[in-house]
Design a protein around this ligand. Structure first.
Ligand code: ASP
Length: 311
C-alpha cells in the first residue's frame, strides 16, 4: 500500500520553546521512522509548518492541490494538522475535492509527539490504519474515533477526546466519476453572532462590504427582530450576499419556521443551515464564493453536498 502523509504543522509535530510550543521539522518524520507501518508512508511537508491558528483558505487550497496531484498514485492520504482549525480544513477539503476515490484522514494531537504520554502516537497510528481501510472521503481520526470531515468540531480545548461530530449516513465525500478539484479563492466572509442588545453596526458593515455571511442564531432559528437587524439583512439581500444561519447550540441545529420570532431571518432570505457547524457553513460559503457561475453557486448552496447537514 502506498500512503501519502501531508504534514502541515500543529501540536503533533511541535516542541517546547520559551514562547510555548512551536512546530519543528523532523518530529513527525522521526516518529514515523520508528513504526513498521511507517515504511509505506511517503511524507510531504508543507513549508512553513504552522500553528493552525495561522491557517488561511490559501492553505486549504494548497492541501487540496497536493492531494489532487497525488490522488491516482496513492491508496490513501493522511494530513497532520493543528487542532485549532482542523475542522475548517476538513470541511474545506470536503467541498474542494469532488469525486474523491481515496480516504483522506486528517489528524493531530493535543500533546506533541515530543512529549511523554502524548496522544499523537496513537492518533497517527490510527490514522495510518484508517487510510488503508476507510471508505473514500475526508475523515478526522481522533481519540479512537473516525469522524465525518464536514460535521466535525473541536469541542474541548484540553482533553485528548477533543472532537465531536454528529453521525451521518452520508459519507464525507461529494460523489463523482472522477476527481474534480474546486480551487479555493479569497472571499470576504464574516462570522457574526446575535446576542441580546448587541451592537448591530458590525452586522450592517458586513452586509454592505462582505461577499458572504455566517450568522450564528439562537436555538432552532430565532434572532432579535430589531430595525437594525432587518436593515442589515435587507442590505445583504439587496447585494445578493448569501447569509447562512446556523445555531449557537452545538447540538440539534436550526429549523427555521419553528418560531414566529424567526420571521426576521426568513423574510430576508437567510439560508437555513440546519445542523451544519459554523465551520462547515464558513467553508461551504468559501467554496461557493470561489465559483464563477451564480446559478451553480445557488444550486450548491441549496443542497447538502457531502452530508454537511442532515437533509
Ligand atoms: N494551536 C495548535 C494548532 O492548532 C493546537 C493543536 O494543534 O492542538 O496548531
Amino acid at each position: 500500500m502506498a500512503l501519502l502523509l501531508i504534514h502541515t504543522g500543529g501540536t503533533i509535530g511541535m516542541v517546547a520553546s520559551d514562547a510555548g510550543f512551536v512546530p519543528q521539522q523532523g518530529v513527525v518524520e522521526d516518529f514515523l521512522a520508528t513504526l513498521p507501518e511507517g515504511r509505506e508512508v511517503e511524507t510531504l511537508r508543507l513549508d512553513p509548518l504552522i500553528d493552525s491558528a495561522n491557517a488561511t483558505p490559501a492553505d486549504w487550497d494548497r492541501i487540496a492541490e497536493t492531494i489532487a496531484a497525488r490522488h491516482d498514485r496513492c491508496d490513501g492520504v493522511i494530513v497532520t494538522h493543528g487542532t485549532d482549525t482542523l475542522a475548517y480544513t476538513a470541511g474545506a477539503l470536503c467541498f474542494a475535492l469532488e469525486g474523491l476515490g481515496k480516504p483522506v484522514i486528517v489528524t493531530g494531537s493535543m500533546l506533541p509527539l515530543s512529549v511523554e504520554g502524548n496522544d499523537g502516537a496513537r492518533n497517527l497510528r490510527d490514522a495510518i490504519a484508517a487510510a488503508r481501510t476507510a471508505t473514500p472521503g475526508i475523515w478526522v481520526q481522533f481519540a479512537r474515533r473516525l469522524l465525518h470531515g464536514a460535521r466535525v468540531r473541536k469541542s474541548h480545548s484540553r482533553a485528548f477526546d477533543a472532537f465531536a461530530a454528529d453521525p451521518s449516513d452520508i459519507p464525507p465525500c461529494q460523489p463523482g466519476p472522477h476527481l474534480i478539484r474546486h480551487p479555493v479563492r479569497p472571499a470576504r466572509i464574516a462570522v457574526l453572532a446575535v446576542a441580546p442588545g448587541a451592537e448591530e453596526s458590525l452586522l450592517d458593515h458586513a452586509a454592505k462590504t462582505c461577499d458572504g455571511l455566517v450568522l450564528r442564531c439562537y436555538g432552532s432559528g430565532t434572532a432579535p427582530d430589531t430595525p437594525g437587524l432587518r436593515a442589515a439583512l435587507a442590505a445583504a439581500q439587496a447585494r445578493a450576499v448569501p447569509v447562512i444561519g446556523v445555531s449557537q447550540c452545538p447540538e440539534g441545529g436550526m429549523a427555521l419556521g419553528t418560531y414566529a420570532a424567526g420571521a426576521v431571518l426568513r423574510d430576508h432570505g437567510v439560508i437555513d443551515g440546519r445542523d451544519m457547524t459554523p465551520e462547515s457553513a464558513y467553508t461551504k460559503l468559501s467554496h461557493v464564493l470561489s465559483l464563477d457561475d451564480p446559478q451553480t453557486r445557488a444550486a450548491r448552496l441549496s443542497r447538502s453536498l457531502c452530508g454537511e447537514y442532515t437533509p
